[in-house]
Design a protein around this ligand. Structure first.
Ligand SMILES: Cc1cc2nc3c(=O)[nH]c(=O)nc-3n(C[C@H](O)[C@H](O)[C@H](O)COP(=O)(O)OP(=O)(O)OC[C@H]3O[C@@H](n4cnc5c(N)ncnc54)[C@H](O)[C@@H]3O)c2cc1C
Length: 288
């Protein structure tokens, strides 16, 4: 049952930050509403004010700044899929956003909303963590920038303060010799929350079948999206074949800390972490 609340619709970012500064404890921002409306409907949150961000056009831009890509918090998953800039500069993020919900959800749902919701299963987040993206938080007092990995502190919990808005996400543009793969296991191909997922980003080494840099992010396999640093190190600067890949990806078992819930058991999730990682790296090394 939705409670009564006052709806405010600032037209500029400074106006929005002023409202948050004044009413931070009582006000809930809403972007696409695909997460927030569910929480309002079932009474999990009861804000006295809801701040509709949809008029803040400055947060809808995708821009190239030097060697980085800046994505405004209100960029939708569909905009990520359709932008020529993200397709060339952030193909791993495109792969993640493509698996979000359905066309309707992707049309409304935003990157900022996905990040603020901080679901361990959020589909844009593994790519952001693997790409070592940063999140810019704005308040009336100024801005601060955090690695996305540090921004996420638990299921539904982030470092965002009540008076802050996510302003944008910054990630390094893809370079020659870099490849990525996002691999999601759900109960269906669409409208399915991840049972487990993995985003892999690599820089190919000079020698055949070697990787000079590797970054791995596991989703739905721990309280937050989690880097797999042990596996990354084991994969770097060594010649890989099917057998060694199979051996090293077993290490994923030690990197994750999944739970048992209605979607799958912890044991199944661990097994799938290994399988998804093996499949992703096999694809990058031997099939693409
Ligand atoms: C049917 C259905 C299927 C779904 N499937 C998937 C899926 O497959 N994968 C997946 O990852 N997600 C899925 N979702 C969840 C959701 O669509 C995404 O998390 C989406 O990206 C949320 O974005 P939004 O703009 O709609 O967020 P909103 O609902 O508007 O906001 C979500 C939260 O973020 C806060 N917020 C929003 N923008 C900002 C900002 N700029 N600064 C600070 N706080 C902000 C809000 O206050 C709220 O707490 C699904 C949801 C539904 C209803």
């Amino acid at each position: 049952m939705v409670n009564d609340f006052r709806l405010v619709r600032p037209k500029t970012l400074p106006e929005a930050l002023g409202l948050l500064d004044e009413f931070g404890q009582e006000i809930e921002p809403v972007a696409g509403g695909t997460d927030l409306l569910v929480k309002l409907e079932d009474g999990r949150i009861r804000p006295s004010q809801v701040m509709d961000l949809s008029a803040l056009n400055e947060l809808k831009q995708i821009r190239l700044v030097g060697e980085d890509l800046h994505l405004g918090a209100l960029v939708t998953h569909t905009a990520v899929l359709e932008s020529p800039l993200t397709r060339t500069e952030a193909p791993l993020l495109v792969m993640g956003c493509r698996t979000v919900g359905s066309t309707q959800i992707r049309n409304m749902g935003t990157l900022g909303g996905n990040l603020a919701t901080a679901s361990p299963a959020g589909d844009s987040i593994p790519a952001l963590v693997a790409l070592e993206a940063k999140v810019v938080l704005a308040s009336k007092k100024g801005e601060r920038t955090l690695p996305v990995e540090d921004f996420l502190v638990g299921p539904g919990k982030t470092e965002r303060r009540r008076e802050e808005l996510i302003k944008e996400i910054i990630l390094p543009c893809a370079r020659e010799g870099e490849k990525g793969f996002y691999n999601k296991l759900g109960q269906r191909n669409a409208l399915a929350i991840s049972i487990a997922n993995v985003a892999v980003w690599v820089r190919l080494g000079e020698r055949k079948n070697t990787l000079s840099r590797v970054r791995i992010a596991f989703g739905a396999l721990a309280p937050t999206v989690k880097r797999g640093r042990m596996v990354e190190d084991a994969l770097t600067d060594r010649e890989l074949d099917e057998a060694s890949l199979k051996g090293i990806t077993q290490l994923a078992w030690k990197e994750v800390a999944p739970i048992t819930d209605i979607r799958a058991s912890a044991q199944y999730r661990r097994d799938m972490a290994i399988a998804l990682l093996y499949q992703s790296l096999y694809h990058i090394l031997f099939l693409s």
